[in-house]
Design a binder for this molecule. Sequence first.
Ligand code: TUI
Length: 312
Amino acid sequence: MNFTENKICQLLGIKYPILQGGMAWIADKNLAAATSNAGGAGVIAGGNAPAQLVEQEIEECKKLTAFPFGLNIMLLSPNAADLAQLAIDKKVKFVTTGAGNPGKYIEAWKSAGIKVIPLVPSVALAKRMERSGADAVIAEGTEAGGHIGEITTLCLVPQVVDAVSIPVIAAGGIADGRGFAASFMLGAQGVQIGTRFLAATECQIHENYRELIIKAKDTDSIVTGRFTGHPCRGVKTRFARELLNFERDGGTPEQFEEMTAGALRRAVQDGDIERGSFLCGAIAGMVKTIQPTKEIIEEIIKGATTLMKGNG
Ligand code: TUI
């Protein structure tokens, strides 16, 4: 399929309209560069990291790829404002945001020539982002991994498409050519994929994390932390079930935050099955093969092309 007319490809200067998810602690220079080198849009996740560390990642990523890549800013991070400025100082091609409203940064990013792509879990926020000058939005359904909204991808994407004039990127539950094609049928002009890239050769997560993803079946993801206001989807481990029980049995949100503080780092770096949070999307059950990023992207595009012939 030819994407020369595709709005996301034109906006970002990429070959295929596939963004790699900005997974905190996971999406580093290696995964971002591999994605960009394969024709997609790689993303370095800022997560909770200090600006100095993220600056190094950006610098090193520039050595690994000549293609555009972006920076994801998790707005709940205490370092979000520093990272917002870092994106400008380092002239990244685009910024994606998560876990909040990036409105106050948009003008500065636009003035610096940075493309702005906020993640939205609702039509209301999508409209607000368009009014604030966003170049595109990522409509992410509740099937996604990590911090999530309530609406499913199937319901959210077409409603956001109808509500805004800027291009819409679908996210949440997409892992192959069928998900890509379905997103386009809903009116999206691109997809963001996270969970499938957990099985990319270039994704440097702990072996235990990778094994949990590869072994996961359809019913193996659960959502914890609804009562904190920041629900998170991940692998249904014993620890995740303990968190759910804690919530049900009247634990306080403060105690819950204490139990989960640092849990993603423990999963990604230590492979700590007892106290780590192995975040993943509901599509983890379909991720079975460890493959190079390039192979994943080409497989998705090939699958979608077959399905979209005549509709593309
Ligand atoms: O952000 C994510 N995924 C994440 S963030 C994360 S780390 C974390 N740490 C502590 C608490 C919560 C998360 C792990 N995974 N995905 C993007 C996303 N953004 N999902 C939902 C949202 C979102 C929610 C509300 C975006 C905007 C929003 O706006 C509310 C408002 O201010 O209007």
